[in-house]
Design a protein around this ligand. Structure first.
Ligand code: BYC
Length: 314
């Protein structure tokens, strides 16, 4: 019987038919989607913190309004993604509790500090730039609710990347101090952005199966290479450079070669030992505790409404 279900499931994958919440699916497919989508949701929510740090200090009213809108978009992305993950059978409360206990992962990138205003530019250009490449691929993922959430997210992400690039463009044409600030932010965010794509393919434990199930359509290394090729060209417009002496166009492969990534640093950050891991989780836990009264008030209101409706119906 199970074999029959597996055949139908595989046929759908082969024919590019989306898998929907009520369809039969192998338990491992459900689990790995739940793992990836919930990690993605947590990344959006934790990802609000490094930029949130600059909302009160944005250099103008216009910059402040743009940054505020971007951070709000990220909250929205987190909510679509939690909803998509919930269709796989785990409650949002459980997912959030796994984040707060340190059990669940979120993207390594958000464990780095935002020291200057130029970091807002570097996050938009590099971090959102990396995220877009990954997320455009995921609009074609095989799980229906995840794929549909990503279509909407990608529309907003392309605006995010442009606003980041524009912040850096203005700084790169400014005073010597502003130029130095721009280069410094690029230097600090470049390598962590490359790590966002995950370990190299030979070390990626989930990739093989996720590629077979069409959850992922490109491997970590393929996407990372796409990113390097894109950014190595865009940085020329800024008149800045990437902090990699080995970065060089390769006429044979038609791609940029680039230097070695510090994987020791990546795994330390993933394990919770990055510069801001503790601070990020503490901020999330505190926000959750501070919001307890809102959840209680909403439940009490829903309870009251139900009681009123019962009285009316009687
Ligand atoms: N950080 O087998 P692998 C945004 C883990 S937010 C931490 O290759 P997979 C934004 C991985 O989970 C966008 N952990 O995994 C928001 C696995 O551990 P488990 C964030 C990482 O899943 C605010 C282990 O390493 N985007 O746009 O096949 C402001 C082995 O890896 C990382 C997403 O979440 C990492 N970087 O591939 C601005 C995209 N990389 O779970 C911007 C959705 C790997 O087995 N996610 N690990 O214990 C994905 O596409 C995939 O999950 C990944 C990794 C490509 C990230």
């Amino acid at each position: 019987m199970i074999q029959h279900f597996e055949e139908i499931f595989q046929q759908k994958i082969d024919k590019e038919i989306k898998i929907e919440p009520k369809d039969w699916m192998p338990d491992a497919y459900r689990k790995t989607n739940l793992r990836q989508i919930s990690q993605h949701a947590h990344s959006e929510i934790v990802g609000m913190l490094p930029e949130g740090n600059w909302i009160t200090r944005a250099p103008s009213l216009k910059r402040k309004a743009i940054l505020l809108a971007k951070v709000q978009d990220e909250a929205g992305h987190g909510l679509y993604l939690y909803s998509a993950a919930e269709t796989l059978g785990m409650s949002r409360d459980e997912m959030i509790s796994d984040l707060h206990s340190g059990k669940a992962k979120y993207s390594s990138i958000f464990n780095y500090p935002t020291i200057t205003w130029a970091d807002m530019g570097a996050i938009g250009w590099l971090v959102d730039g990396a995220a877009i490449l990954n997320q455009v691929m995921l609009t074609r993922t095989s799980y229906g609710p995840y794929s549909r959430a990503l279509v909407r997210i990608c529309k907003e992400e392309s605006f995010h990347q442009r606003q980041g690039f524009e912040i850096l463009l203005v700084l790169s044409r400014g005073t010597e101090e502003q130029k130095a600030m721009c280069q410094d932010a690029i230097n600090r965010w470049w390598w962590p952005s490359l790590m966002m794509f995950g370990p190299k393919d030979s070390e990626s434990t989930n990739s093989d199966q996720s590629m077979k199930w069409k959850i992922k359509r490109k491997t970590n290394d393929e996407l990372r290479q796409n990113f390097v090729d894109m950014i190595a060209e865009q940085v020329k417009i800024l008149g800045m450079h990437l902090p990699d002496d080995d970065l060089l166009w390769n006429e044979t492969t038609k791609h940029y070669d680039f230097g070695a990534i510090n994987w020791e640093e990546f795994w330390q950050v993933v394990k919770g030992n990055g510069p801001c891991n503790k601070q990020r989780l503490e901020a999330r836990r505190k926000a959750h505790e501070d919001g307890q009264w809102v959840r209680e008030a909403a439940s009490a209101y829903a309870e009251k409404k139900r009681a009123m409706e019962k009285i009316k119906a009687a």
